[in-house]
Design a protein around this ligand. Structure first.
Ligand code: UD1
Length: 422
């Protein structure tokens, strides 16, 4: 197994490009299950989760053709299966995104239940309840969600009890194939949901309320869609936020290209509150060193609030801010796995329920640490950049799921990082 060896006490400088958003690419790949034409997906991040999802489509019988490492075409003439097996779903719970499109278009599907997850229970009950309300018959059998809607799904009003990103995306794709109008109340407003809605609109669907918490969509009654021939994935706001934290924790000046600053509002405001100056134009952003880094408070919430996917990185940053910072995690009950690893590097953090208090400034010291989930792992990389001595980060397959060319990008910025074999 690979691990990352990282030399600390680094200053970064220079510029890198940010990849396409994994969390936007995934629903767009699922959307191709509704197409009647060949679709070319562009600006795909070259990460393991994307490869896993394409292998699922391949297993279903789609013609998936990799054009280059960031571009893949998908065509569907006839599916040979509507079953997403445990093997794939256990690798990536976002495979649940095939549930809505498969059921909506083909009237039947089986999707393995995702099961437990490192950051909490993460149930899919809201996806299932919504599809049942649209007329699906759903039973759980042998660990699989077995769903049928022989006559197709029917448009209705779905009022989500909680805001769910992949839940909203699943129901949007199911509703696109349903008969009549579906209204989604309490819909997620993340940029990734907005991109999915915009592509549906470009495909000729009548869809209102894009970017709001109430979306209305008129379905085609199981008729496939003519999707745009080329779809370019939006920039990854979480990868961008992570590198902004790399600049912030090392108190360096770095520039990120190919980003959308409009998607980074909460992260930019928090960095400014800490004391950093940032300048940006339509697709790039520069962070400058701060004279003093102030403590801060944050609570994770749904977009446009502070993203839970940036919580761990800001916790690493808080160890280098003066005074006590408070971080409250409101979306996932067990998303503090990085705390004990940061403590092993010398961070002074106390944890009470879903709130962490971080006392700065801590002198971090390189250690052997273990990646536990995708974003927690990036917090360890950030801590390693400033720690004294060498940090070895194990189980980096978590990082490979979502960060493209991490070592190459950090090396370009001046970090000393290498991938080694255990
Ligand atoms: C998506 C993102 C993930 C991000 C998360 C929150 C993708 C592929 N993943 O995950 O990176 O951290 O949004 O921004 O886009 N819930 C239920 N029942 C359900 C569904 C969700 O109780 O059926 C709960 C979850 O346990 C969680 C909350 O709702 O507490 C939000 O989860 P959700 O938005 O669904 O997260 P994902 O879509 O899985």
């Amino acid at each position: 197994m690979d691990f990352l060896a990282l030399k600390g006490e680094t200053r970064l400088q220079g510029a890198i490009n940010i990849a396409g958003a994994k969390n936007s690419a995934l629903p767009l790949i699922a959307l191709t299950l509704l197409t009647t034409n060949k679709v070319i997906l562009e600006n795909l991040p070259n990460v393991v989760d994307i490869k896993t999802f394409f292998s699922l489509l391949d297993m279903l019988g789609c013609q998936v053709c990799e054009i280059d490492s960031h571009t893949t075409s998908v065509e569907i003439s006839k599916l040979n299966s509507t079953k997403a097996t445990y093997d794939i779903v256990r690798k990536m719970r976002a495979s649940i995104l095939v549930l809505g499109p498969l059921l909506g278009r083909f009237g039947h599907c089986e999707v393995s239940l995702p099961g437990g997850c490192a950051i909490g229970a993460r149930p899919v009950d809201l996806h299932i309840k919504a599809l049942e309300k649209m007329g699906a018959e759903i039973r759980i059998e042998g660990g699989y969600i077995v769903a049928t809607a022989k006559e197709g799904l029917k448009g209705t009003t779905i009022n989500f009890d909680k805001i769910t990103v992949t839940g909203t995306e699943n129901i949007l794709m199911a509703a696109a194939m349903a008969k009549g109008k579906t209204t989604i109340i309490n819909a997620a407003k993340e940029p990734e949901v907005v991109q999915l809605c915009e592509i549906l609109k470009e495909s000729g669907m009548e869809i209102n309320g894009i970017g709001s918490d109430e979306i209305e969509i008129y379905g085609t009654n199981m008729e496939g869609l003519k999707l745009p021939e080329k779809i370019a994935v939006i920039p990854d706001r979480i990868e961008a936020g992570t590198y902004l934290c790399a600049g912030a924790i090392t108190n360096s000046q770095i520039t990120l290209h190919k980003i959308n600053p409009n998607h980074l509002g909460a992260v930019i405001s928090k960095l400014e509150e800490i004391g950093f100056k940032l300048t940006f134009n339509h697709d790039s952003i520069t962070i400058y060193p701060a004279q003093k880094r102030n403590s801060f408070e944050l609570s994770t919430t749904e977009y446009p609030g502070f993203p839970t996917d940036m919580q761990a990185q800001f916790m690493a940053l808080a160890t280098q801010c003066e005074g006590s910072s408070i971080i409250e995690e409101r979306l996932f009950e067990n998303r503090f796995m990085h705390v004990s690893e940061l403590q092993r590097m010398g961070a002074n953090i106390s944890l009470r329920g879903n709130t962490a208090t971080i006392y700065g400034i801590s002198e971090l010291i390189g250690a052997d640490v273990m990646a536990t989930d995708l974003r927690a792992s990036s917090a360890l990389v950030l801590a390693g950049l400033v720690a004294k001595g060498e940090t070895n980060i194990h189980r980096i397959y978590h990082l490979d799921r979502g960060y493209e060319d991490l070592e190459a990008k950090l090396t370009k910025l001046g970090a000393q990082i290498s991938r080694l074999q255990e």
